[in-house]
Design a protein around this ligand. Structure first.
Ligand code: C2E
Ligand code: MG
Ligand code: MG
Length: 714
């Protein structure tokens, strides 16, 4: 990663979740930082005392005390030293963000943490702090700003005349304001409040006023605290709050705006659109919500890299603003001269939305959709590449399609998929398209039921290789559906439908029974050393008789429990922690192996790894894919492997497709690999041929010395 620190900057990571601290410190060390960790307030304070770090990463939730208290303590321990404290909060937890700011936090990041961006974010905060220090140093030399130094104190008599003028610095050359009237020193509003307080008219309670001086970039914010004294004078303390206001504004900005494009984020959009909906309701107007997704954006990101992808998104954001801003350019119907307003936001990834308030009708909305398409048809300059992207746009109309913004978002999103199905680079209105779409979905559901009864499902097997020996030690069972008219349908398409319709329970049971049957057959064919990993849906786990049904299948086919491995995805695992843990413990007790699939894509709070009785982690293939070209992905993989080793878990990398990736994984101590480099998922007959032919047909001992894995590609 880029910013090598010089000398190495030190980050103190405070979190009671050992897996989080480990993954964070590994990631930061890979990026050239020094990382120290503390798991509670006591350790954190001791570590801070022994050496003040350059930055603190602090979890909001700490056992014993809480993160906010600790943040305030650390601030007190380092008066005048601007160590950035970055609070780690739950997603969208705006209350925590506000509180974090109050206790002196500099910035915050959300959990789940996006590991590839962590080091960049921290580097950014440190650079911002350095810039701020430089700015402060230059400000000290700036005579004009000396006029506004923090903590200027005035003492005023009953008639509003300044008796004393004490400045925060010691510059005797500065003209004293003694003898002047309040109005000559303070802005009108504050001066009049101070005059009232000085004359005793507003009682003896202290009060605080905010005001600003100057314009544009020169503008500075102040606060004036008025304290009536017992001797009848008035004490006024003015303080420059410009930096504090800026920090506050930045924190609010980060919570409500997308950093990459500067557009409002989903939260801000929903807030604004809520207001727009109310106005439209009261005025009886129509609105249109356009949900826009870039066609094949992933391919650009994958092939040209994330920096090109980011540049593209920024460009698209600008084009969207341009093509919707002067909305009057879209000729309104002759009898309707109202000019509609457009609000553009980025929801995440390559998804944008445009809300048109006060549109006349669908024709006018369609004209805007076309204008967006035309504006994107001009090539965009992105990091040295000239790219053309096309959008698919789904449109939902207010009030016909929905009356609240969440509902409209769902419907516009559905219409967007319809636009994609119709061949991309187009738009579809919710009302017209959805009847057709739900018909397609219904067909899929019906087909799924009959396919199961007709035996149209097959299991393909993808081998897993132990890196230390080069031998195939097991396979993953992957479902395939051969549809009578649509051809092969991928599990990513039908598993979600099977889950929604509940069919997954039967289908999943079938896969487990088939796997056991296969293991039984292999036992008598000299392939008894193989294990089969089966993917399990969380709904299967939720069923009361799931454990029994698996154990029954093992027993029925005489399979040793350790030959069956159950894979459950990281995100699904988190949905129902208690039931899932209970189930897993029973499987563990029976000897069945358990692994976490697609690891790294879900929650990054990894404390549960200790709590769940798992045997292995499968690094998600999205990290493996760019391992050999992306420093970030390489750092993540290395960190996951290191963390798994610490927790004594086996690590499997999936999606290994080339020798460079394999070499990296081998060097970093990954245990097993699976991917197209060794073999695609294949029918059982092909797998058996692969197993019996060299290099896998040789003994394990021989394989360890003689098998070049790369040559094993069938
Ligand atoms: P998964 O468990 O992560 O399975 C690995 C997926 O990666 C498979 O996709 C496999 O074909 C693909 N893959 C393996 N090596 C490579 C490679 O080198 N390059 C690339 N690009 N891809 C590779 P597949 O078979 O389409 O399965 C997709 C997902 O569907 C699986 O992801 C799994 O979550 C789910 N699935 C499959 N079978 C079942 C099942 O019986 N039950 C349940 N609940 N889910 C299943
Ligand atoms: Mg899997
Ligand atoms: Mg996976």
């Amino acid at each position: 990663m880029q910013f090598q620190s010089d000398p190495r900057r030190c980050v103190l990571i405070i979190d009671d979740d050992p897996a989080f601290t480990l993954l964070a410190s590994e990631t930061l060390q890979q990026a050239g930082f020094d990382a120290r960790t503390a798991s509670n307030s006591r350790q954190a304070v001791a570590s801070f005392e022994s050496r003040v770090p350059d930055l603190v990463l602090l979890d909001v939730e700490l056992p014993g005390s809480n993160g906010f208290e600790l943040c305030a303590t650390l601030r007190l321990m380092s008066p005048g030293i601007d160590v950035p404290i970055v609070m780690v909060t739950g997603h969208d937890d705006t209350a925590s963000i506000a509180q974090a700011y109050q206790v002196g936090a500099t910035d915050f990041i959300h959990k789940p943490v996006l590991w590839p961006t962590l080091a960049h974010r921290i580097g950014f905060i440190l650079r911002a702090r350095d810039n701020m220090r430089a700015l402060q140093a230059s400000e000290r030399n700036n005579r004009a700003l000396l006029q506004a130094l923090p903590d200027t104190i005035f003492i005023v008599d009953r008639h509003g005349v300044l008796l004393q003028h004490i400045t925060g610095d010691d510059k005797s050359h500065r003209a004293s304001l003694v003898g002047k009237q309040l109005e000559q020193v303070l802005p009108a509003g504050v001066a009049s409040a101070a005059r009232q307080a000085a004359s005793g008219a507003s009682g003896r309670d202290p009060s605080t006023y905010e005001f600003s001086v100057g314009r544009g970039k020169e503008q500075r914010s102040f606060e004036a605290r008025l304290r009536p004294q017992s001797d009848g004078t008035l004490l006024i303390v003015t303080r420059d709050t410009t930096e504090r206001q800026k920090a506050k504004a930045r924190i609010e900005y980060l919570a409500y705006y997308d950093i990459l494009t500067g557009l409002p984020n989903r939260q801000q959009f929903v807030r604004e659109a809520g207001g727009a909906t109310r106005t439209a309701r009261e005025a009886g107007r129509s609105m249109a919500l356009l949900y826009l997704d870039l066609d094949r954006f992933k391919r650009i990101n994958d092939n040209l890299g994330h920096s090109v992808g980011d540049a593209l998104l920024k460009n698209v954001a600008r084009r969207l603003e341009q093509s919707t801003k002067p909305f009057e350019l879209v000729p309104p119907p002759p009898d309707d001269r109202r000019a509609a307003q457009a609000r553009v936001a980025r929801l995440g990834g390559d998804e944008f939305v445009v809300l048109l308030t006060d549109v006349a009708d669908e024709a006018q909305t369609a004209a805007v959709a076309n204008r967006i398409r035309q504006s994107l048809a001009e090539p965009l300059d992105c990091g040295g590449h000239r790219l053309v992207v096309t959008p698919s746009i789904g449109i939902a109309m207010y009030p016909q399609d929905g009356t609240d913004i969440e509902d409209l978002l769902v419907k516009a999103d559905m219409a967007m998929y319809q636009a994609k199905d119709q061949g991309r680079n187009g738009y579809a209105f919710y009302g017209h398209s959805m009847a057709v779409r739900s018909l397609g979905r219904l067909e899929l559901e019906n087909d799924l039921r009959s396919a199961f009864q007709n035996g149209d499902f097959q299991i393909f097997y993808q081998p897993k290789v132990e890196l230390s020996t080069g031998a195939i030690i097991g396979v993953e069972a992957l479902l395939r559906w051969q549809h009578a008219t649509r051809g092969w349908i991928a599990p990513d398409v039908f598993i979600p439908v099977a889950e929604e319709t509940g069919l997954i329970a039967e289908l999943g049971d079938w896969v487990i029974r088939e796997a056991c049957k296969q293991l039984n057959a292999w036992a008598s064919e000299g392939l008894a050393h193989l294990s089969i990993a089966v993917n399990v849906s969380v709904q299967q786990f939720a069923r009361a008789d799931f454990v029994e049904s698996v154990l029954r299948a093992l027993w029925q086919y005489g399979v040793k429990p350790e030959q069956l491995e159950l894979e459950i995805t990281e995100s699904l695992l988190m949905r129902n922690v208690d039931d899932t843990t209970a189930c897993m413990k029973r499987f563990r007790a029976a000897g069945v192996t358990l692994s976490i699939d697609d690891f790294g894509t879900g929650y990054s709070s990894l404390g549960y790894l200790r709590q769940f009785p798992v045997d292995s982690l499968k690094i998600d293939r999205s990290f493996v894919k760019d391992l050999h070209t992306s420093d970030d992905d390489a750092a993540i993989c290395a960190a996951i492997i290191a963390m798994a080793r610490e927790l004594k878990l086996k690590v499997i990398a999936e999606g290994v497709a080339n020798p460079e990736q394999l070499e990296f994984l081998r060097t970093h101590g990954c245990d097993q690999v699976q991917g197209y480099l060794i073999s695609q998922p294949i029918p059982v007959g092909d797998l058996e041929r692969l197993l019996r032919s060299p290099p896998y047909g040789v003994s394990k001992e021989k394989a360890a010395v003689s098998t070049p894995l790369v040559d094993a590609t069938p």
